[in-house]
Design a protein around this ligand. Structure first.
Ligand code: GDP
Length: 444
């Protein structure tokens, strides 16, 4: 996902700032310029970027800080805080209550993924014990009825629609009434996403909304539409009282800025993101974890703080710009072993979490680290600092296994593990390191 590039660039700007010998207005300005560039490249609107920059500057307020304050940390916090604020309009969206009938209307342009998302949303709540139902109020697009019907039968969700009725408001009301009687507690109304004229589309939306009185109107937006997102979201906001946003196609080449713009335009929170064509490809959207992942593919914002404790500062440059060698891994293990709860720390390191901190398996994680360190103890200096993938041939691996009293397989596993973690680090475009822009691994 290209969004990773945005996070990586911001993290890189913070890391560079973190390395400056003195943090002054000039360093802050450079850092903010880098962050602004990254946001603009991710398709966030100029006006939003300008505000973000001004807000970070005002929050950090370097001149007013008492002597001895850790300015780096103040700036990092201001950046993370501002990114969260940008994505969080401050008022939570309506959430349906089990057993109490709610009507949720979906709006958005044709092709945005609206119909697919209606089913995903219904399925999500059904799994939570709701009794959802779908109503197709799109009479404009031939095939809309069949598509929603097909989706709903796949997901085993009751469906209402009509082949012959041409008044969307009438169908919507009939559908809502039918399902109210059937004691459905979440009635989802899918509306048309296209008309001959835009004005007619918005007028139809208004009529359906007036007829069904939805508790929530969700605007569905294609995450890959870039700069156009702001105007589109604003147009929908003006015509229907949008209360929440779902951004789709975040699995593809979405640069992510569209999501930020939609929040700014509708002043409504993003509640879910679509990450694929299938029903389970749907994720709850929470601002803080999202920003953390955005910045570090783990919790890099926390890691930045922690890392300065576990890593002597003079080693930071290596970590940030150099290759992720075995020696670096060893040093990290060593420093981490002297620190508090390992699980918490590892969860912040991109690429580590799954392997080392599986809940209840922290002891095994620690044993694994010890084993890996023993293996590395039998390596030569050259091997520890190696950046050539071909160096570790069979005879070296056998020698290391013998020397450490470990199995060849364990050495191979450790090398694979190192490669995997190094790959995660390399995805961060630190110092303009090239990103694998299509990969989703980094955000899992
Ligand atoms: P509508 O016209 O807005 O109702 O859009 P549809 O629900 O028909 O979706 C348009 C296309 O986008 C279909 O091919 C969907 O499978 C696809 N789609 C919807 N959501 C996602 C998503 O989150 N990721 C991807 N990759 N495709 C999606």
């Amino acid at each position: 996902m290209v969004l990773a590039q945005l996070g990586g660039s911001i993290a890189a700007a913070l890391a560079r700032m973190g390395k400056a010998t003195v943090v002054d207005d000039k360093v802050l300005a450079e850092c903010l310029n880098e962050i602004s560039r990254a946001l603009l490249q991710a398709d966030v609107r100029f006006e939003t970027v300008r505000d973000v920059k001004a807000n970070i500057k005002a929050t950090a307020n370097l001149d007013a800080l008492p002597a001895g304050t850790d300015k780096r940390r103040v700036i990092q916090k201001a950046v993370v805080g501002e990114l969260c604020r940008m994505l969080d309009p401050g008022k939570p969206a309506f959430t349906p209550t089990k057993g109490k009938p709610s009507v949720v209307m979906f709006v958005g342009l044709q092709g945005s993924g609206k119909t697919t998302t209606c089913t995903k949303y219904a399925d999500y709540y059904r799994r939570k014990g709701f009794n959802p139902a779908l109503v197709c109020a799109d009479t404009f697009r031939a095939g809309a009825f069949d598509q929603l019907k097909q989706n709903s039968s796949k997901a085993k969700i009751p469906f209402y629609g009509s082949y012959t009725e041409s008044d969307p408001a009438k169908i919507a009301v009939e559908g809502v009434d039918t399902f109210r009687k059937e004691k459905c507690d979440l009635i989802i109304v899918d509306t048309s996403g296209r008309h001959k004229q835009e004005a007619a589309l918005f007028e139809e939306m208004r009529q359906v909304s007036e007829a069904t009185k939805p508790n929530l109107v969700i605007f569905v937006m294609d995450g890959s539409i870039g700069q156009a997102a702001f105007d589109q979201a604003q147009a929908f906001k003006h015509s229907a009282s949008v209360g929440a946003v779902i951004v789709t196609k975040m699995d593809g080449h979405a640069r992510g800025g569209g999501a930020l713009s939609a929040v700014a335009a509708t002043k409504s929170p993003v509640i879910f993101i679509g990450t694929g064509e299938h029903i389970p490809d749907f994720e709850v959207f929470d601002v803080k974890p999202f920003v953390s992942r955005l910045l570090g593919m783990g919790d890099l914002s926390g890691l930045m703080d922690k890392i300065q404790d576990v890593m002597p500062v003079d080693q930071l440059p290596d970590l940030v710009s150099g290759a992720f060698t075995l020696r670096l891994l060893y040093q990290m293990f060593q420093n981490l072993q002297n620190m508090g709860p390992l699980g918490q720390l590892f969860s912040m390191i991109p690429g580590f979490s799954a392997q080392f901190i599986e809940k209840g398996k922290e002891k095994e994680g620690q044993a694994k680290i010890k084993r890996y360190m023993t293996i590395m103890d039998s390596m030569t200096e050259k091997e520890l600092d190696n950046t050539n993938p071909k160096l570790m041939n069979e005879s070296r691996i056998k020698r290391i296994a013998r020397g450490s009293g470990r199995l060849v397989k364990e050495v191979v596993d450790m090398l694979e593990e190192h490669k995997r973690i190094a790959k995660m680090w390399n995805k961060l475009p630190l110092n303009n390191r090239k990103l694998n822009t299509n990969s989703r691994d980094s955000l899992k």
